[in-house]
Design a protein around this ligand. Structure first.
Ligand SMILES: Cc1ncc(COP(=O)(O)O)c(C=O)c1O
Length: 420
């Protein structure tokens, strides 16, 4: 008698992702570029189609039935997101174009108005460009000083150094939750606790955590948190900013125009209440509604289950990559990662250029990313100009890791026997 193999999470959900079932260069697609953008389940794809086929209409302003339906669906996503990340109120969720715009909103509306010469902003060397460049703008305009948390020896966030950097001068700490390059999960709750003792505000870049693990903003106690829909099974063109209610209330609007006003006169205007104060102009309606479908989809699986399955995949990925001596993986090993490690591995192999690795892997149907992954300062810090990155999601399988490893070994052998 043979025992039936237990179905993994990926086995259960793969049929929901039509894009995964295709050949690339004559080989079955192995999509390992999830940190750049995730694939979309049928529920999201059908939601987009239903919207345009059945109730495409502008929101908030119309009384007709299509507009009412679009408005209800659009606003329902706000409720879903508030529940998904444990916000205290739906008014704390602001739709933006992506996470980048959400960080810029905080930089312009809070940073430019609340920081002055000599105030300090603490970032880390592992930040994505979208959590660096807006603060460059703020620093050069206000005279605030940027300080950077370094890496601990195991290539994680150096909490001990952070404790030394933070002081009464610190007004803002803006830190990535999960590094898109190192894969480390940063101790955001502890960071908030320490920063708040000094009266500093904390922004968490949760682009790489919200799609992969349960998040509760009230437990973390962050002041703002940002994420992008396209990395969490939703469409591009929409992201969101979470902010504590009173803090968002204290911030002036970002963009001016329709939707964000209470009253407009020729020479002045008053503004709508939260969250509309920050949502000028016709929003990305369909995208917001489809983001709601993505949240429904993730909830139907359960974020605990997603995190547990992806952690298991991470272990297997590291076990397999660890058997190739020429591979140098950046970031902590799963077993010494403290809070855990995301299901991604950025790596180099001897002198082989990362883009050569990804080009040859593409020939085998394996999609990985190469480059600096928008963390140029981190790459400089690690003394490499680029890395190859395999990033997984809950619809990926061990079998796909095997295909990736086989293709990688063949590629390394092609470059001169680097696989063993
Ligand atoms: C950690 C992190 N922060 C911010 C971003 C920016 O996201 P978006 O381009 O969707 O605004 C990314 C995207 O790769 C990311 O990985």
């Amino acid at each position: 008698m043979t025992l039936a193999k237990e179905k993994t999470l990926a086995d259960q959900v793969r049929a929901d992702f039509p894009i995964l079932h295709q050949e690339v260069n004559g080989k079955p697609l192995v999509y390992f570029d999830n940190a750049a953008t995730s694939q979309k389940p049928l529920l999201v794809i059908n939601t987009i189609r239903d919207y345009y086929e059945q109730y495409n209409s502008n929101v908030h302003r119309g009384v007709h039935i299509l507009s009412a339906k679009a408005t209800d669906a659009y606003e329902a996503t706000r409720d879903k997101l508030a529940a998904f990340i444990g916000a205290a109120s739906r008014q704390e969720i602001v739709f933006t174009r992506n996470a980048t715009e959400a960080i810029n909103l905080v930089a312009y509306c809070w940073g430019m108005n609340n920081l002055k010469r000599g105030d300090e902003i603490i970032l880390s060397v592992m930040e994505h460009h979208s959590n660096l460049v807006p603060w460059h703008f703020v620093a050069s305009k206000t005279g605030a000083v940027l300080k950077f948390v370094d890496l601990a020896p195991e290539e994680t966030f150096d909490l001990e150094q952070f404790k030394k950097l933070v002081s009464d001068k610190t007004k803002l700490v803006s830190i990535v939750h999960v590094s898109n390059t190192l894969g480390c999960i940063n101790p955001v709750k502890e960071i908030c606790e320490i920063a708040h003792k000094y009266g500093a505000k904390v922004l968490i870049d949760a682009c790489q955590s919200v799609p992969h693990m349960p998040i509760n903003v009230q437990q973390i106690d962050c002041d703002w948190l940002v994420a992008s829909s396209h990395k969490m099974c939703g469409p591009t063109g929409i992201g969101f900013l979470y902010g504590k209610l009173e803090l968002l209330r204290s911030m002036p609007p970002f963009l001016g125009g329709g939707e964000m006003i209470a009253d407009v006169f020729l020479d002045r205007s008053t503004y709508a209440d939260l969250p509309h104060k920050f949502e000028a102009g016709t929003p990305a309606i369909c995208e917001a509604i489809a983001l709601g479908a993505a949240v429904d989809y993730l909830n139907s699986i359960g974020m605990d289950k997603i995190y547990a399955y992806e952690s298991e995949l991470t272990g297997y990925l590291f076990e397999q990559l660890g058997q190739i001596p020429s591979i140098r993986i950046y970031g902590p090993l799963p077993k010494i990662a403290g809070l855990g490690r995301a299901a991604l591995a950025a790596f180099t192999a001897g002198d082989i250029h990362a883009s050569d690795l990804s080009t040859l892997l593409d020939q085998e149907g394996v999609a990985i990313r190469s480059g600096h992954h928008c963390t140029q300062p981190l790459h400089r810090h690690l003394m490499t100009s680029s890395t190859a990155r395999a990033s997984l999601s809950f619809y990926n399988t061990r079998e796909e890791i095997d295909i990736f490893i086989k293709a990688l070994k063949e590629t390394l052998d092609f470059f001169g026997g680097l696989s063993s």
